[in-house]
Write a protein that binds this ligand. Sequence first.
Ligand code: IMP
Ligand code: MG
Length: 170
Amino acid sequence: MERALLISQEKIQGRVKEIAAQISSDYEGEDVVLIGVLNGAVFFLADLAREITIPVRIDFMRAASYGSRQTSSGKVQLTKDVEIPLRDRSVILVEDIVDTGLTLSHIIEDLKGKGPRSLKTCVLIDKLERRETHVSIDYCGFRVEEGFLVGYGLDFDEQYRNLPDIHVLK
Ligand code: IMP
Ligand code: MG
């Protein structure tokens, strides 16, 4: 499939460092739990965590949404839960991309029920064109208007996740 470079590895890594510095300063003197949404957030979370200078714990959850391949249908099911207790912890939910917002808002509601002290969201790509529900994004890597993106964790049919740059599929 044809693709065009959208965000270079260098730009991604620069932005990841900035976000990590912001988180390290916002949570100074505390420790945080980073929760990655599988599979897409794995690369972002791994790079982010290594740039954060305060103590972090790491856990993952997984959500499945059913529908056509390039859009989510709105039916979100959590298929893997976190394993670290979140009660009274400072939690940052780490996601690769927010499109309609349905996946993230579903996960946020679920995590709120676990009684964290605080819950923030950190998203690499905020993609605006198809937003259906408001989600609050506390840390955002890049804002993109439209297009289907692959690379740096983002997939099309499970392909391209390992590309170091982010590309738009044509
Ligand atoms: P939402 O529920 O519509 O916000 O969709 C979130 C999920 O859809 C993301 O976690 C991705 O797995 C997938 N997704 C949405 N847009 C893209 C894209 O441009 N490239 C790759 N995956 C995407
Ligand atoms: Mg995802």
